[in-house]
Write a protein that binds this ligand. Structure first.
Ligand code: ZN
Length: 324
């Protein structure tokens, strides 16, 4: 499901490009080539803070690099390498082929080419992974030289993705309703979680997240009611996902709710709060911290707009929290 792209600074031009738009973020509102277009609109929903990091790939000989770039989708991981070391990783958020934007960002090389196959990334993190480790985990031969840009599919990528915990909790591949329905029927909670199992869960998460947040910049947390950029929210199963039946999962309009990463996800998962008859309630969990107590007191009694239709799942959670 999650693929990996190897991006190495193969020449001076690509090394400068990395510096320009990956190490330094780009201000989206300053980009004149996409101003007023649908691209700018879509990027604004992904990057409400206006700052984005972006990479690009040239078409390559016979379109080879373009063909690699076309394998990418939202949620894939890009590994950036310099001097035989992966020093940065990022998550693909948006893809667009646009020579005008590429020229504006990076200009042209001496042959008049520009990296027009563009990918935007987020969740950029410092890494320190030797190329040899990645090669070994991907099952590539020892000493394998990375070309300028190359994408490795799920089976090869999985040991790196899971081993270094590179997957995003915000950006997922796009999953259709039909695919979701197929996938959730195959989820088997009695089996150990192998690569295929993880792929299914990832598809499940991706679909639920799109159901809740697609196209939205801001959404309300179901517990605290604060409105946050969707990057600060997760699509949480109301009933613990490992106890959900296939039938629960097929009820995708009611099984999930938005929870903020600024606290409510933890509070709900750890059963400090639940929702009873539409209102947020504090459970009997022992609270030794006065600061935590004051947060819980503020939440108590808030009306949860996600209750309707989801009562049975909240009831399950309430019983789990031994509220009664
Ligand atoms: Zn919250």
């Amino acid at each position: 499901m999650t693929k990996i792209a190897f991006q190495s600074a193969a020449d001076r031009h690509s090394s400068e490009n990395l510096e320009k738009t990956l190490l330094n973020p780009v201000m989206l509102s300053e980009l004149s080539s996409i101003r007023g277009t649908g691209i700018a609109e879509e990027l604004a929903t992904i990057y409400p803070g206006d700052m984005a990091r972006v990479g690009g790939v040239k078409l390559g000989k016979d379109g080879e690099q373009k063909a690699e770039w076309e394998k990418l989708q939202r949620g894939d991981v890009v590994l950036f390498m310099k001097d035989d070391m992966v020093f940065l990783s990022g998550i693909v958020t948006y893809l667009v082929k646009n020579p005008d934007l590429a020229r504006e960002l990076w200009g042209e090389d001496e042959r008049g080419q520009t990296p027009e196959c563009i990918y935007f990334v987020d969740e950029v993190k410092d890494q320190f992974i030797p190329r040899e480790s990645v090669n070994r985990l991907c099952g590539l031969e020892e000493g394998y030289e990375w070309p300028g840009f190359e994408v490795h599919l799920e089976e090869k990528a999985a040991p790196v993705v899971f081993g270094y915990q590179l997957e995003s909790a915000v950006y997922f591949p796009i999953v259709s309703e039909d695919e979701y329905k197929e996938v959730v029927k195959e989820i088997d909670r009695t089996m150990p979680l192998d690569t295929e199992g993880r792929v299914r869960l990832r598809k499940e998460d991706g679909f639920l997240r799109d159901q809740l947040f697609r196209g939205k910049v801001i959404e309300e947390c179901a517990i605290c009611g604060h409105k946050y950029p969707t990057q600060f929210l997760i699509a949480a199963h109301i009933k613990d996902r490992w106890h959900c039946t296939t039938e629960d999962r097929l009820d995708y309009e009611n099984i999930a709710m938005p929870l903020c990463k600024l606290g409510c996800e933890e509070l709900y998962r750890r059963n400090y709060v639940t929702v009873i008859d539409e209102r947020v309630a504090i459970t009997k969990a022992r609270v030794d911290s006065n600061d935590l107590k004051s947060i819980l007191v503020k939440l108590q009694g808030r009306v949860c707009p996600w209750f309707k239709g989801s009562r049975k799942y909240f009831d399950w959670h309430t019983r789990l929290g031994k509220y009664f």
